[in-house]
Design a protein around this ligand. Sequence first.
Ligand code: SIN
Length: 532
Amino acid sequence: MTSEIEDSAEVVIIGAGAAGLFSALTLAPKRVIVLSKEPLGGICASAWAQGGIAAAVGEKDTIISHVSDTIKAAAGTADTEVVDVLINEAPRYVKILEKYGVRFDRDNTGTFRLSREACHTCRRVLRAAAGDGFGHELMRALTEAVKKTPSILFKEGITAEKIIRSNGTDKGSVQGVLGRQTKENKPMIFTAPAVILATGGIGNLYTVTTNPPSAIGRGIAMAARAGAQLSDLEFVQFHPTALDTNENPAPLATESLRGEGAHLLNGLGEKFMPKYHKMAEMAPRDVVSRAIFAQLQKSQKVFLDCRHIDVTHFPAFLKTCARAGLDPEHDLVPVVLAAHYHMGGVATDLKGRTSVPGLWACGEVAATGLHGANRIASNSLMEVIVMGGRAAADIQNTGKPTPKKVKINIKALPTLPQTCVPQPEENTLRHIMTDMAGIVRHKQDMIKALRHIISIEQKAEGVNSQLADRALVSRMIVISALHRTESRGGHYRADYPKPVKSWQKRSFVTLKEINTLTYCALTPNAKKGNFA
Ligand code: SIN
């Protein structure tokens, strides 16, 4: 399918969640195109966030304590410089969000109402909408601000598929994005000397997730194909308490419920968390998730017991429970593990720069090193906003050439695969990832998974872009998980159940290296591949 230039701008942003919209607003009055499959204010993971945004703004809180909690939970691989910078800047960005119209919950004296979530040693999570509706309130305010900003051109119904680099090589600088107008299956080129990836996470690679259907890692796939360095792909976070009420995606029972004292009970009615960790329900998320996994294996069901706490501050939770005919003041609420957050992604520095000149990334698609192997609640929205702001500021400061100077050789561009419509193999891939590369992993299972994934990937490549990207990202996660022969944070190997000192580091990899490692994994006598 041949493509034509549709529009040009100073910056193209891919994705319209909080990261995309906040960076677009920060770039004003630069001419910015935001590409999104959804309409402005449509479905995105940011809008579904219940907890809130973490920042040390409480009277008794300190930056040092927020930094220390983040590093402790990260299981030894957080980048301490990144943690320090982002957490120091978070309170300033809270004020910026207020300027954009975000209405945080406050008490009668005007003091922020704060929630507590796991591993935060004090109440630190700013909330909105009378409790657990921060994501909606954030997206409402950003959407309204975007509508009032004429320099932002919002293009809905577009799926971004390829990052264009000059000369069609993986050496040239970024020139724009090759996308597809989804309804008419029409390729379109958007040119710009700077592109920001803000495409969100990967939860939908698994069968049960709290993420929207679009969360299949297409930003990671695009960056990988453009030659970018990726990081920490093996670290996938499963939320311990998604509601087990047959909704898909699974709605959250926010961790702040446990912060208020809700307990986890197994099918025998026993509180089991104290056996696993001294912080019990407030233990790091990976610990709680694995404990629930073990319980589910034994007694089939796990419940959240909220009967003794005040649930009136959780209107979103109450609404979801009501849909399933549950009243948490009297009923136990069945919960299930759900793929929730990817600590890995496209490697960036503190300015949001990837290793590809002209390509920035922010939000869940990026891996800054803030979360290490295990993210603590509500640090992600903080990272979205701070890094969205920093990436935009960096682009403002780089004085990139004007869009007119971007000259694309259309003939040298790769053609888009014929289609991107969902295929039955997507479900097969989801089951493979859940059963063989989910919360507990083992070499033998992952090798099996790899063979299945590759056969799907080979059929999809050049034919169906969505399936090909889904398979590619699944393969990259499996390869990264196979390579890390230890257990740490969101990566647990039954065959290597302990952390290993020599692995106390982040992983960095390119698609070329992934391909070599894939060959090595399937060819027993091949020399071992190396991660940086
Ligand atoms: C929650 O509220 O439990 C989720 C918050 C998060 O994952 O940051």
